[in-house]
Design a protein around this ligand. Structure first.
Ligand code: HEM
Length: 548
């Protein structure tokens, strides 16, 4: 098409006939329109397309910073649960209602098992350490990595991590206790939770942890990880969808990606070298990379090992803090005081003494009210609002519309998790009790409602669902039980939490939500009991893991 237009243009240069000139102009316009509106996958008949796509950018500008919220709005406005949009030159199918998200992810799980490759993330950032599992196309290497991670993070493996849960949740309370001065000082809890999440995955991968909340290596890993997560989002990275932008002379996205890649390489290499050194000195702790470096019956390549460690570190360091910090924000509100008291009563029902809570809180998740809080936190604060993009490998027949192979599928988990058709009219409200029923006895004890199948969409679903969901739930539970039983949490009057499920997030364009900062007052429930438990935990955990 372009070549024939150029041929006509040559003819135009030789002739000044007005008819020829008009024809050439039209041909040129058609060619420009064609080039700027063609997508990788052609228009899918039978699926509605949101109106207003522009040449070159498609719907990117309309989608704005916050794709999940814009698509949720379109879903409600047009009453289309599944529609197609154009992200520059890429056609994507967006799925919104809870039932359709489940049907796409579970009902068509083999067809949507792939992940798309993006220019910036795959081509630049991942060129040295390999792709994370969550961004790996479905191939033999991805299968091997998922299998290894499935074993490391599956339910049977959890018991190996009990000492780690004990130590890391102890460190949260230890430092909150020190820094909040018994409620006199209001405190931002997110840094403590960030260390909790990051130390957990660093321990799993490298047998290494950092004790200080503001440790410089810890902050570097968090900073670089968040900056990379920002570069994965469509709204921050138009060059993935509008290739011409890649060739602009002042392309700061590419330069920034390269800078972040080398900073990430530096700390990943440092961590791996530490493990090598520990192996040499015989001081290494059991962890994924030491097992692989010692070649314990593994068939994984070096790049696959880096990819696994990268996936675990990046899988947890924002999702856990995003969910847990926001959840504590909801619990700290006036209404949240009731949930805290009911949770506390339920904790005491299963663990009658403070010692028992501390000794037996991380081995299983048996307090129903806490499980309900964990589930509601996951649902309500959908930290990965558009999940991770999928790609079809085979055709999907969607009510007669044929979605071809290689089509990008975007799961709007935020919309599905707040879908009133599924969760009822209170879908837009944080309410742990939606997961509970109560006994008819006078003390109305909470019982978990047995939900069949998928509770919410925050961990995705189907063959590429989150590999870390079991350990993630345990981490949320293990931190909450110790925090709630140690303190009454009150929102600060001057820096209160934002508890709206959209507005709580300060970076709408990032792949994973970063909650707005807020502060809480922590009023010790039993100061003496907490001090005793802290002293005992300090003694118990002192030799578990080494620090960098
Ligand atoms: C609250 C915590 C977490 C949330 C909300 C979350 C959410 C997600 C989501 C939405 C996906 C994509 C699922 C899909 O496409 O269907 C995912 C994938 C993944 N997550 Fe998580 N995650 C969490 C914690 C973790 C943790 C702690 C780890 C590891 C230690 C982890 C490791 C992974 C991995 C490896 C994948 C890629 C799976 C694949 O592509 O095959 N996640 N997660």
């Amino acid at each position: 098409m372009l070549q024939s237009s150029l041929a006509v243009f040559d003819g135009f240069l030789l002739s000044h006939d007005p008819v020829t000139m008009a024809m050439v102009a039209i041909a040129m316009l058609v060619a420009v329109f064609w080039v700027t509106t063609t997508t990788d996958v052609p228009y899918i008949k039978g699926l509605p397309e949101v109106p207003g796509a522009l040449p070159l950018v498609g719907h990117l500008i309309q989608l704005g910073d916050d794709h999940a919220t814009t698509c949720e709005k379109w879903f409600r406005e047009y009453k289309w649960s599944v529609f197609q949009v154009r992200l520059g030159n890429t056609r994507a199918v967006v799925v919104n209602s809870f039932d359709d998200c489940r049907r796409m992810l579970v009902g068509h799980q083999s067809a949507v098992i792939d992940r798309p490759k993006l220019y910036t993330f795959h081509g630049i950032i991942s060129s040295t350490q390999g792709f994370t599992i969550g961004s790996s196309p479905w191939d033999e290497s991805c299968k091997r990595k998922r299998k290894a991670v499935g074993t490391a993070l599956g339910r049977p493996a959890l018991r190996n991590y009990f000492p780690m849960f004990d130590l890391e949740s102890f460190c949260i309370v230890r430092d909150l206790h020190r820094d909040s001065c018994s409620g006199a000082v209001e405190i931002n809890i997110r840094p403590y939770i960030q260390r909790y999440a990051l130390n957990t995955t660093l321990t799993l991968c490298y047998g290494i942890r950092m004790d200080e909340v503001h440790d410089s290596l810890l902050r570097e890993i968090l900073h670089v990880g968040s900056a990379i997560s920002l570069l994965r989002s469509a709204s921050e990275n138009y060059q993935d969808y509008i290739p011409a932008l890649r060739y602009l002379p002042a392309n700061n996205k590419t330069a920034r990606s390269r800078e972040l890649r080398s900073r990430r390489d530096a700390y990943l290499n440092l961590l791996l070298n530490k493990v090598r050194e520990m192996i040499k000195n015989g001081t290494d702790k059991p962890c994924i990379s030491s097992a692989i470096l010692k070649d314990q019956e593994t068939k994984l390549t070096g790049v696959e090992v880096s990819s696994i460690c990268l996936s675990l570190v990046s899988g947890g360091f924002e999702t856990i803090p995003g969910t847990l910090t926001s959840c504590i924000g909801s619990l700290a509100t006036l209404e949240g005081q009731i949930w805290q008291e009911r949770a506390y009563r339920d904790i005491v029902r299963y663990h009658p003494t403070m010692e028992d809570i501390w000794a037996n809180s991380f081995q299983e998740e048996k307090v129903p009210y806490l499980n309900a809080i964990v589930k509601e936190a996951g649902r309500y604060y959908t930290v990965s609002s558009m999940s991770l993009p999928r790609k079809t490998v085979t055709e999907v027949d969607w009510n007669g519309a044929k979605i071809p192979p290689k089509t990008m599928i975007l799961i709007n988990a935020q919309a599905g998790n707040h879908d009133m058709d599924h969760f009822g009219p209170s879908a837009g409200k944080f309410d742990p009790e939606r997961w509970l029923s109560f006994t008819e006895s006078s003390d109305q004890q909470p019982i978990e409602t047995q939900s069949r199948g998928l509770s919410h969409l925050s961990f995705g679903a189907g063959a590429r669902a989150c590999s870390g969901q079991i350990i993630a739930s345990r981490l949320l539970y293990a931190a909450l039980i110790r925090i709630i039983s140690s303190y009454r949490i009150l929102a600060s009057d001057t820096d209160p939490p934002t508890t709206d499920y959209i507005e709580y997030n300060q970076f709408k364009s990032a792949l994973v939500a970063i909650p707005r900062d807020f502060k809480v007052k922590l009023i010790p429930r039993d100061p003496h009991g907490v001090s005793q438990c802290l002293a005992a935990a300090s003694e118990r955990t002192k030799d578990f893991y080494r620090e960098v």
